[in-house]
Design a protein. Structure first.
Length: 240
């Protein structure tokens, strides 16, 4: 099956048919390939039950084909960033979110600690209604944002490891209230979700959270994936 999809032409045809069912003549005209060649390529996809031809003469993607396309999104995303994923541990997130990695296909891999900090500070300064974080420590730039948002109707959710509770850093955070803070036994990654953007940093295979790379989520689909992931940990976390 992967061999059939290894062809750029067949994959292009499949993507077009996935947009909407099409007749053979329409497909041939759109892709500028002869009708016999398009027919040959579609027959190969049909033989794998990826597409089928309706009684009205339209080619459409089968339910099985749609599942294959979803899997290809995951495969393409992992392949695009193969060097990163070869040295970082994604098993710190639940399997269902690994299966949904294709939703990150339009996310951006941001490199460089200072660049990441600058991006984070920019979005934190602009945030008006949402501040969700998950981290091993309380980043100092959170405090000015909390100061700015005090008294406003803002959705604040901060997840921290239980080991931080007795620190001076946490005592400072408590001054702003404890109702928006929850705790996990262990925190192995960094998540930040603001109004319309967010980012995630995974640990290296050695277990250290790598803050020199961040997967930035600014499109609607990857942003939804990130908010769902943070919500998963929020439900799992405990209050004091």
């Amino acid at each position: 099956m992967l061999f059939e999809l290894a062809s750029v032409e067949r994959l292009s045809l499949l993507m077009r048919i996935n947009e909407a069912p099409r007749r053979l003549s329409d497909i041939s005209r759109e892709v500028d390939i002869t009708t016999p060649e398009v027919s040959r390529q579609l027959n190969r996809l049909a033989a794998q039950k990826i597409v089928n031809k309706t009684s009205e003469g339209f080619y459409e993607v089968t339910p099985y084909g749609k599942l294959i396309l979803q899997s290809l999104d995951v495969f393409n995303f992992l392949t695009k960033h193969r060097d990163y994923f070869a040295t970082h541990n994604l098993t710190v997130i639940p399997p269902e979110f690994i299966h949904r990695l294709g939703e990150l296909k339009d996310s951006v891999m941001v490199e460089g600690v200072y660049r990441i900090i600058n991006i984070q500070e920019k979005y934190m300064e602009e945030t008006q209604f949402r501040l969700w974080t998950l981290s091993r420590q309380i980043f100092h730039r959170v405090f000015p944002v909390l100061e700015k948002l005090t008294g406003k109707s803002v959705d604040i959710r901060i997840i921290l490891p239980k080991s931080i509770i007795e620190t001076q850093q946490f005592k400072k955070l408590e001054q702003y209230g404890s109702q928006f803070t929850r705790f996990l036994e262990k925190v192995d990654l960094v998540i930040g979700v603001l109004d319309q953007a967010g980012g995630i940093c995974f640990p290296s295979i050695e277990g250290n959270i790598d803050m020199s790379y961040m997967i930035g989520c600014t499109d609607q689909v990857s942003y939804k994936w990130l908010t769902d992931l943070h919500s998963y940990f929020w439900r799992k976390a405990e209050t004091l």
